[in-house]
Design a protein around this ligand. Structure first.
Ligand code: DX5
Ligand code: ZN
Length: 216
């Protein structure tokens, strides 16, 4: 199976997305990670559906959509229309998480739940069998290029134990501050998918950087 790598569009060159998507298509990247922000749930705004519609046409890898917005369920049809493979919603943004997860699956997408750094893994006990993935934030969401929060490693181990105990088939994805130092630690702790923004796109040879992460 091996580690999956999902480069994050947030760190791409927005003045030449075609070139960056060609690179992603040629690379060993497994998915493309798309960060949608609303300036309310997180203190930043990234890009929205008019831009992502074009990105979706240029990118031939499965799309891993990370919604950092309030009421993410309102946008299930738009995310589906992008052709998304996985739709991740924040635990903190969904008072009716069970319903939202079912709606995402009914729309024909894989459903992921995301936890902010201060949200405990234990809160997933009653939803872990229903989700296809848990996305653990290893930085506070809203910005690329931040430093990895080391406590995430303990959360990955705790989540791995919860998944094993419950017989869940959820994947563990980690997002924020992934680089050549943190990626091996996350793999060892039990992560299945790593998001990498700055480390991939700001590298002089992004394709080689993706290859190096895949070879871990
Ligand atoms: C942050 C986003 C991340 C971001 C990661 O809110 O969810 O996906 O792109 O960026 P890096 O890899 O630079 O920490
Ligand atoms: Zn993200």
């Amino acid at each position: 199976m091996g580690l999956k790598i999902a480069p994050s569009l947030l760190a791409a060159n927005f003045s030449n997305l075609q070139a960056d998507m060609d690179m992603i298509n040629r690379s060993e990247a497994d998915w493309l990670h798309l960060d949608i922000m609303d300036g309310v749930f997180v203190p930043n705004i990234s890009f929205g559906f008019p831009v992502l519609t074009h990105v979706a046409k240029l990118c031939h890898k499965p799309l891993d959509v990370h919604l950092m917005i309030v009421s993410p369920e309102k946008f299930i049809p738009e995310v589906k229309a992008l052709g998304a493979y996985m739709m991740n919603v924040h635990y903190e943004a969904c008072p009716h998480l069970h319903r939202v997860i079912q709606q995402i699956k009914e729309a024909g997408m894989k459903a992921g739940v995301t936890l902010n750094p201060a949200t405990p893994v234990a809160l997933l006990a009653d939803i872990i069998r229903d989700v296809d993935m848990v996305l653990l934030m290893s930085v506070n969401p809203g910005f690329g290029g931040q430093e990895f929060i080391p406590h995430t490693l303990e959360k990955v181990r705790e989540l791995r134990a919860l998944i094993e105990r419950t017989g869940s088939s959820a994947l563990i994805e980690v997002d924020g501050g992934v680089n050549d130092e943190t990626a091996p630690q996350l793999l060892e702790a039990g992560a299945d998918v790593l998001v990498a923004g700055s480390y991939v796109f700001k590298s002089p040879t992004p394709e080689d950087t993706i290859h190096a992460l895949k070879a871990l």
